[in-house]
Design a protein around this ligand. Structure first.
Ligand code: SUG
Length: 464
């Protein structure tokens, strides 16, 4: 059975804006208060999804959270009908209004941690929605993400949904942005690499928050019942967090049997990489391919250039196998089947250092043989690159069949979503526009129609 990694991207919502809500995320701070274009943002995200379909990938769409989150504003003490709540919040605490308007569910890599059925003893795909407690605007995603993921992955025979970890600082969890599954083929058990920023006795960042804890990683392993022999838990290097690496996926990316990362990504990196190799080769767990690890030295790409270009936030994509006239069983293991493409943000094209590093990567002894670029400027301006926008779910054909079909992108859905975005999204959105009493009404109309397009009736609380 051919398992594959399916990307589910967060559809960028109509309230996309730049509010500077994420300390430690340099782009978010730098672009605070700039004029955003929700329409362009959503079209860029959709084009990325479509590019993946054209590269032969199965691609899913995750609908955005309803915004503004009036319930949270009410919990924060604002009262009255929606326009009054919004007006009060805008005058008294505009940062709270911005938080409740954030379109941050677009960064689906933070929606949940997902374990493949091949890795879990009960043979089901396991999901834990991330509690995202480090920032207010992200913490209010969790309830919605839990409901939405249960609608898309609804069959209990194949999918197991856990409660989010407790909302307490020791269990801060940012989901799959700090999780990498390494495997030979997807139909073999993988190694789960989880990365945290604080919670051990080692040094912690001094300037910026560490958003994931060791205790959270350990709890995720327990929830998903991952065998210890297939788990590696590593600490992020605190010095890179202090340089703007707020999630591990800003400094490293892995796919199948390939991991690429900066030499300074992890605390005690040589030992961690050795542990990965040892667990990869452990007796009784024969993998059909070697684990290939490429480290980028500071000379090849500095942490600073990595953060500004987001090279490590590229997606690695297995290219479909070439069509053979006389396929034989061995062909599945031919070198061609292992070629990977790097889908990088166009910001890399604007960086000499990143371009040189990509040339170096492609010339090197690793599976990456091609690069394509994607313009995600709107999301990138908030610190969200290609890999941030997607949640990876490894699926067998049977499991893929059990996914809500309305969420899978094909040419018809792509076109319908394009028309829908152009119809409903504003060309521009500023901080002051968030006070506009018409905006919630517009967004509600857009999301109402979206649930028809995606065949998810009653997804949003305003619909019941
Ligand atoms: O959590 N930006 C997001 C970016 C998330 C990127 N995701 C991954 N690395 N997987 C964050 O910092 C900025 C919102 C604002 O400032 O308006 C923001 O939330």
């Amino acid at each position: 059975m051919l398992y594959r990694e399916v990307n589910f991207d967060g559809l960028i919502g109509p309230s996309h804006n730049y509010a500077g809500l994420s300390p430690g995320n340099i782009a978010s701070g730098q672009h605070k208060g700039e004029i955003a274009s929700p329409r362009q943002a959503a079209l860029q995200g959709l084009e990325k999804m479509w590019q993946l379909v054209q590269l032969g990938q199965a691609q899913g769409v995750l609908p955005p959270a309803p915004r503004p989150d009036i319930e949270t504003l009410q919990r924060l003490g604002f009262s009255g009908p929606t326009p009054v709540v919004i007006g009060q919040a805008y005058r008294q605490a505009p940062h709270l209004l911005a938080a409740c308007y954030s379109a941050s569910t677009m960064w689906a890599a933070n929606a949940a941690t997902v374990s493949a059925s091949k890795d879990c003893p009960d043979g089901r795909v396991h999901f834990t929605p991330a509690n995202l407690i480090t920032t207010l605007h992200r913490s209010i995603e969790t309830n919605y993400s839990a409901i939405m993921l249960k609608r898309i992955f609804s069959d209990p025979a194949h999918f197991c949904h856990h409660l989010p970890l407790p909302c307490q600082t020791d269990y801060a969890d940012e989901g799959a942005a700090n999780h990498t599954r390494l495997c030979g083929s997807h139909n073999q058990p993988g190694i789960t690499l989880l990365v945290y920023g604080r919670g051990s006795d080692n040094p912690v960042p001094q300037r910026y928050p560490a958003r994931q804890t060791l205790a959270a990683c350990e709890a995720l392993v327990r929830q998903h019942q991952l065998p210890a022999a297939n788990v590696v838990i590593a600490q992020q290097n605190p010095t890179v967090i202090d340089q703007g690496v707020f999630h591990h996926d800003v400094i490293g990316v892995g796919h199948r049997n390939f991991l690429m990362l900066h030499q300074d990504s992890l605390f005690n990196q040589p030992q961690v990489l050795q542990q990965l190799q040892q667990q990869w080769q452990q007796p009784g767990h024969a993998r059909d391919k070697p684990l290939i690890i490429t480290e980028f030295s500071e000379d090849i790409l500095s942490v600073r250039d990595a953060v500004s270009s987001y090279l490590f936030n590229s997606q690695l994509i297995s290219l479909p196998q070439p069509v053979l006239s006389n396929p034989s069983p061995d062909d599945a293991h031919s070198p061609d089947a292992d070629q990977m493409l790097l889908l990088a943000p166009t910001n890399c094209q604007a960086s000499d250092a990143a371009l040189k590093a990509i040339d170096w990567l492609i010339a090197g002894d690793n599976p990456v043989s091609a690069v394509e670029y994607i313009d995600l400027t709107q999301s990138m301006t908030n610190g969200g690159g290609p890999a941030c926008l997607r949640l990876r779910v490894p699926l067998s054909p049977t499991e893929l069949n059990a996914v809500h079909p309305g969420a899978m992108l094909d040419f018809t859905l792509y076109n319908r979503l394009k028309i829908w975005i152009n119809k409903h999204y504003r060309e521009q959105l500023t901080a002051d526009d968030l006070a506009d009493p018409c905006l919630p009404v517009e967004i509600q109309a857009a999301l109402d129609e979206l649930t028809e397009i995606l065949e998810l009736p009653g997804l949003y609380p305003f619909q019941v």
